[in-house]
Design a protein around this ligand. Structure first.
Ligand SMILES: Cc1cc2nc3c(=O)[nH]c(=O)nc-3n(C[C@H](O)[C@H](O)[C@H](O)COP(=O)(O)O)c2cc1C
Length: 266
């Protein structure tokens, strides 16, 4: 399956069939987690945990396993975490293993204990791992409808042609990579990514939503940006481009509440 097909097929899964993960799948997920690097070169320790002892989520039904990651709380930790987690999520999708990145709806203390969280470390999110049930629970259906999980902002609302006042009309040769960004999952489906396209460059920005930690030194929405960067880079590579990751304000004037995150050049 191409990466774009995998990205198109993925959706958050909250209702599982109750079966444990097959040993072969656990092995592949562990292998992927070990090598799931990120452009910030920030190390993340991943563990696959068995359900029980508070390791559950009020929105998840029938999952026997969870995966969680922990890391030092450093600059760019959020983007790095989102980027690496999404590599694992996409591998799971290829294996037929369902996931939902979860930052809020969990017993955080139980997961932090299971991860052996130490001072200075953070466990931003976890995900259930399992095989999707044939039918989603009523609660899952209601939740998806409530956050409009099947919709995304339109192309012209998130991609810009050199400046934020000029919506991008056409993605040209990189259209598919931009579509991979547009389809990415995000917390409460807020889709905070905004991307300014210049010749052979894409500059990623975050449009902060109120109440998601902007200004607290820890911004959950930057995890969404990490996921978007991951989708873009993987799609570009598959399309034959060689995107180089860069951190450096491109000098584009950004609207109030919109901040620069990172760029790719090719
Ligand atoms: C950083 C992040 C945090 C999330 N936290 C939760 C959560 O706490 N509970 C939950 O049910 N879903 C959570 N989600 C899943 C989103 O609600 C979901 O990705 C979004 O609604 C789009 O739906 P889709 O993944 O099916 O495309 C989270 C997703 C991300 C990326």
């Amino acid at each position: 399956m191409s990466i774009l097909d995998t990205i198109r097929a993925r959706r958050s899964v909250r209702t599982f069939d109750g079966a444990d993960l097959r040993a072969g799948d656990i092995e592949k997920i562990e292998e992927c987690a070990k090598s799931a690097s990120n452009p910030y070169s920030i190390p993340i320790e991943w563990r696959i945990l068995s359900a029980g002892d508070g390791l559950s989520s009020p929105v998840i039904v029938g999952a026997q396993r969870f995966i969680a990651g922990k890391m030092r709380r450093t600059e760019h930790a959020e983007e790095a975490f989102g980027y690496s987690f999404e590599k694992i999520v996409l591998l799971c999708e290829e294996l037929g293993v369902g996931t939902t990145i979860i930052a809020g709806t969990m017993d955080r203390g139980a997961f932090e204990r299971a991860m052996g969280l130490e001072s200075g470390e953070v466990m931003p999110c976890m995900s259930p791992l399992g095989y999707p049930a044939k039918k989603m629970s009523i609660r899952e259906g209601m939740m998806r409808a409530g956050i409009k999980a099947d919709t995304r902002l339109s192309f012209g609302e998130i991609f810009f042609d050199g400046a934020f006042d000029k919506p991008l009309a056409d993605g040209g040769a990189i259209s598919d990579a931009l579509e991979a960004v547009r389809l990415a999952p995000s917390a409460v489906n807020k889709q905070p990514w905004r991307v300014v396209i210049e010749e052979n460059a894409a500059h990623f920005y975050i449009k902060h939503a109120r109440g998601y930690g902007a200004g607290t030194g820890w911004d959950m929405q930057k995890i969404d940006l990490g996921i978007a960067l991951c989708h873009f880079e993987l799609a570009m590579r598959e399309m034959g481009f060689e995107p180089r990751f860069e951190l450096g304000e491109p000098g584009v004037s950004a609207p109030e509440g919109v901040d620069y995150i990172a760029s790719f050049r090719w």
